[in-house]
Design a protein around this ligand. Structure first.
Ligand SMILES: CC(C)(COP(=O)(O)OP(=O)(O)OC[C@H]1O[C@@H](n2cnc3c(N)ncnc32)[C@H](O)[C@@H]1OP(=O)(O)O)[C@@H](O)C(=O)NCCC(=O)NCCS
Length: 427
């Protein structure tokens, strides 16, 4: 790895430790005894859905842990392939295991041509790439004869295929939507470099490939976020991994979740210049609009992933003028938001704030940002769905009913919305 990137990552880790080290977060790790008493807020805030050995978001410290390893260490030392192995199988692979796993991923990269045929039928101009990805994975499931085998071992095989093939599909979608032919995956490139190649048609330089790899590591897992939970909920009904992951894609698409990275870029472009940040934010706050790329249900400290992606965006901003302008706007917005809402409401940039600048600097269009997120997160979705499947219980919360207590059945020929008197009779 280049010394510059290593220095940048080590500095981000050092600052995270320095700024957040002694914040406690009681009760979120350790032994579990069911049933448990928790205080619940709307949107399942505070709910404990399960226990897990896969990962931990320490929202008070701003730390992210995969299987005991701090994500800063993984960003410095690991690769996406190794991180995916860690999430799926529980420990870091030996050299041999990693080589075998990487070879398996390469082997699984090609997808049946039927998937491209279906993608070619989608109206490209108005279909969001996440909708195309959702469709493609669904088609993939119909073509995989092991899709309906529901043992943990079979579903693990499907998970490996999905991890390999999400990159192929995302590369194909990036090209098909502009009328270009999808490219064949390259056996000689790692997961991140191959993804970039499939999207842009050019073999990336090692720096870009390494930065994409770090981005993939950072997005691979993140607690019981909406898309992971969605995936687990579907899998808990013993549906199948494809159905579960398709649902996860649907959840990730939304701008309150993974879709925020795309929206951030549009905001930065809309702001145009750093001097415009203040009036832009004044208007956003006056209209009570949430600012894309800020805030988090769990983090009440600076998101560790943003601590890395911000400096990576800065590094890339030194290479070209357009990225520099976007980065300068982002920094101005970060500083102003943090000064206005950081202390008071604990609102800081999240993972989606700087990632788009990084991808834009790689010549990737904003619509593809969330699919890239999915290329990474599919590892976390599958790992958690598989872990839960090992001791499965269907998810089934309840809602408090606030409708009328008891109504007698009536049928009307005209509804109240028609304005005038309406006839009704008992049936
Ligand atoms: C991530 C998010 C959905 C979390 O939602 P949540 O946990 O339900 O948080 P809440 O909506 O309850 O917000 C808590 C408070 O912070 C404020 N807040 C949260 N995110 C904010 C944002 N991005 N900009 C401005 N204010 C924000 C809310 O207005 C609320 O203030 P109040 O207590 O005065 O009403 C939310 O922060 C958001 O919409 N962020 C923007 C979209 C985004 O970047 N999503 C990617 C997440 S990784």
């Amino acid at each position: 790895m280049s010394d510059e990137i290593r220095d940048l990552l080590e500095e981000a880790a050092r600052r995270a430790r320095q700024e957040t080290d002694d914040e406690p977060e009681p009760g979120m790790a350790g032994d579990v005894a069911w049933p448990m008493q928790v205080s619940l807020g709307k949107g399942l805030e505070g709910a404990i859905a399960t226990s897990t050995q896969i990962g931990y978001v320490n929202g008070a410290k701003g730390w992210l842990i995969y299987r005991g390893y701090n994500v800063f260490d993984l960003a410095i030392h690991s690769t996406y392939e190794e991180t995916a192995y860690l999430l799926l199988y529980g420990s870091l692979p030996s050299r041999r295991q990693l080589a075998d796993f990487s070879r398996l991923l390469v082997h699984q990269r090609p997808v049946p041509p039927t998937v491209f045929d279906v993608l070619g039928m989608i109206p490209t101009a108005r279909t969001h790439p996440m909708a195309a990805l959702r469709t493609a994975v669904s088609v993939l499931g119909t073509l995989d004869e092991s899709a309906e085998k529901l043992t943990v071992a079979d579903e693990t095989d499907v998970a490996v295929k999905l991890i390999a093939q999400f990159a192929t599909l995302t590369g194909a979608i990036a090209r098909i939507r502009h009328g270009r032919e999808p490219l064949a995956p390259r056996d000689d490139l790692g997961h991140a470099a191959n993804l970039l190649y499939l999207m842009t048609g050019e073999e990336p330089d090692p720096l870009m490939a390494r930065i994409m790899d770090i981005g993939l590591i950072l997005h691979a897992d993140h607690g019981m976020n909406a898309s992971t939970f969605t995936t687990m909920v579907v899998n808990s009904s013993l549906a199948d991994m494809y159905s579960s992951v398709v649902a996860g894609i649907g959840s990730l698409k939304g701008p309150l979740h993974g879709g925020a990275n795309e929206q951030v870029l549009y905001d930065l472009e809309d702001i145009q210049r750093p001097e415009n940040v203040e009036p832009w934010l004044d208007r956003a706050q006056a209209s009570k609009r949430k600012v894309n790329g800020f805030g988090h249900r769990v983090y009440k400290a600076y998101d560790p992933r943003a601590r890395i992606l911000g400096p990576l965006a800065e590094l890339l901003s030194r290479r070209d003028l357009a990225t520099r302008n976007l980065y300068q706007i982002a920094v101005a917005l970060d500083e102003l938001m943090t000064s206005r809402l950081g202390k008071e409401k604990k609102i800081f940039p999240n993972v989606d704030f700087y990632s788009g600048i990084v991808y834009k600097a790689m010549a990737i269009e904003p619509g593809m940002f969330t699919p890239i997120f999915a290329v990474s997160r599919v590892a976390g979705w599958c790992a958690r769905a598989l872990e839960y499947l090992g001791d499965n219980r269907i998810f089934r919360p309840r809602a408090i009913y606030t409708g009328p207590p008891r109504m007698e059945y009536h049928r009307s020929i005209r509804g109240p919305s028609d304005g005038g008197p309406f006839q009704e009779w008992k049936s």
